[in-house]
Design a binder for this molecule. Structure first.
Ligand SMILES: [Zn+2]
Length: 105
């Protein structure tokens, strides 16, 4: 199931596949490809002898995936809140971003 990188088809090495968690019959894996550097999250489901999987290309590192996996999903109200905040404070937000990216002298 987790044999090949979906981006470049390279074979994963065993050390590149990490089991992040298990819940009932599902297991969550994180795989990082040594050849192209892309990462994938995969959910493997085993029921009555049948195995199915869902893979998702991600920019999450394994430790980020561990940190995020038990958080609540974003709700539409969260999106509205950030939209309102950005609208109200867009100038300050852009200033803060440009300060962040300015090279330090
Ligand atoms: Zn790859």
């Amino acid at each position: 199931m987790l044999a090949n990188c979906p981006m470049c088809q390279a074979l994963y090495e065993e050390k590149e596949i990490r089991l992040l968690g298990e819940r009932g019959v599902t297991r969550l894996f994180h795989c990082t490809c040594h050849a192209c550097g892309h990462a994938m999250l995969a959910v493997i489901l085993e029921t009555q002898g049948a195995i199915s999987s869902v893979g998702l290309v991600t920019d999450l590192e394994a430790q980020d995936a561990i940190r995020f996996k038990d958080l609540q999903p974003l709700q539409s109200e969260d999106c509205l809140k950030i939209h309102r905040l950005l609208k109200r404070h867009s100038v300050e937000f852009c200033r803060a971003l440009s300060q962040e990216t300015k090279p330090k002298v």
